[in-house]
Design a protein around this ligand. Sequence first.
Ligand code: GLC
Length: 719
Amino acid sequence: MVKPDAAGRLERLLGAMTPEEKIGQLNMLSADSELTGPGGPADYMAALRAGRLGSMLNLHGAERVRAVQRVALEETRLGIPLFFGYDVVHGHRTVFPIPLAEAAAFDPALWEETARIAAVEAAADGLTMAFAPMLDVARDPRWGRICESAGEDTWLTSRLAEAKVRGFQGRDLTAPGSVAAVAKHLAAYGAVLAGRDYAQVEVSERSLHETYLPPFRRAVEAGAAALMPAFTDLGGVPLTANAAVLRDLVRGAWGFDGIMVSDYDAIAELIPHGVAADLAEAAALALKAGVDIDMMSHAYTKGLPEALARGAVTMADLDAAVRRVLTFKARLGLFDDPYRETATTALTAERRAAHRAAARDAARRSIVLLSQKDGLLPIAEAPRRVAVLGPLADAAGEMLGPWSASGRPEEMVTFLAGLRATWPRSDVAHARGVDIDSEDVGGIPAAVDLARSADLVVLCVGEARGMSGEANCRGHLGLPGRQGELVKAVLDAGKPTVVLLSSGRPLLVPELLDRAGAVLATWFLGSEAGNAVGDVLSGNWNPSGRLPVSWPADAGQIPIFFSRLPTGRPYAPANRYTSRYLDIPTEPLFPFGHGLSYTRFALRDLRVSATELRAGETLSVAVEVANEGQAAGEETVLLFVRDPVASVSRPVLELKGMAKVQLASGERRTVRMSLEAEAVAFPGIDMTPRLEPGEIEIFVGPTARTDALLKTSIRVLAS
Ligand code: GLC
């Protein structure tokens, strides 16, 4: 919070500003080194000196930032400091697994820790704002940005929202190693039609409120300093101009008092969206809706003077946005400590090593063992000869993943390097076979020769990092390029083969899953990818990752997710007139929560602390988890609910809780989760929240496959 004397100072500053300087505070420009959107570089130094720049993106490096900040302080009329934002999405210098992978850890403490480390490194690099967390619930793996999300579930994404905001921002924005978090992209961007980026969004009022908005609300409640509206529309109104959502709901009903930063070029794009005729109209729509900062579209600098002249916006509208931006700068402590000296933590060698250790832990917790045959894994004794094959085996740059921030390829541990370190006395040889995106199959015979002479084959295939993320949607979800031929030839060699499948989304790889000895989803794991894989293959770490998305059996099922509404004609194999396809299954290949382990867990004895629940009360749900296998391991227990009869149809399953438990072989323990009565409330027919009396079914288990769940029920009583 800004102290009263500081508030007075801000008002005096505002009073001293010309209209151009006010508009300048709302203008954010990119450094020319790394443009993350359309349009050429902008002359940001000229804009700065003219008092027409309030913040920057894509400028990082303590010295570079300091040099520009010095100009802001010493060479502009009012000396107002800038702030500096960057896409610190999955780590900064130390690269962590992509968010979809990290979500597979189902672990808020881990999510918070990696955000904290990213913030410490970003702050040391001169940054004051992270364009993260990305909170778009994503149910379509064609959409490239699913890799930036926590997957398909609203409750899980909401937990990630609060953990990430706490991690980035710390206790307060002036604390050492804190940066401002930007919850993005408000809202329903993940629902773009047919998974095509920037396309139209079709969601009902109900799914907007139940599925897409809650993670943003959690981020606001957790104190997120900033929000970024999505590029996309809702009912024909682009979010950048959507006063009903930004102003009335988020600022009004939710009480959000931070800043709203447009997405890249999004204000000017109100023109091609077809809701503004020129930059003045676009600027007026966005400002009126509550967008404080124009990222790279020049609509505010070029359009607001005209919008003021036309009377489309008032000086009071402009002042309100400028006041919020100045207040935000004060919250960051920039007026007292513009170089953020107190916010910078020295990155000692010891601290860097701790960050790397955290990256290794995050990476191994993100790996999902999708399938395995005949107990191939773990490899208890080092094999004599290992063939590490495929285009992703020795691909340092690819390990960075789609938002690599300040990560450096030379600092990534490749799969090959990690496996050499894991089995130092083994003969670990490598052949690429094919490239990800080339037609050249000339390298396949050499790869097959190596496979034939090996005791163990580790086949590293999947997508390039540039195939997921923004503007990287795919219509076919198989292995790109000629990798399919490499896979077939290597599997035909008949050796025990472990596949490391790297991707930013679920892929459709039936041959791999049918024939390989084991398949691990290795997503994009970041700096410590190779070491984490070594930990898992050798059994030093028992894989504990669980899918945060339903893994489709066929692209024709997309979008596919577990929390669907029931139908009057649920699928029944013997009945033709039910909800199904003629040619593909209705169920996903792997359900939400799927992930194998080297041990076997059994869940039994589901108990609830009461059979009746009233508003304001909390139910305790207990279940016994037993490790009945040979290895120690970590189980994830999920708590789902279903309201079987309500005034509106409720989803067949809704995730409402989770717990993780570490168990030695033979150990058993009771795990407890809590369920507040309010968690089963829902927007009624009139969209106001209702807690309806009646039965609530409670399910507990490892995945969202209903037949694998323990079940009980309670009654909600009218209060
Ligand atoms: C983009 C993205 C957004 C990002 C911004 C800045 O186009 O949609 O997520 O934060 O640009 O790079």
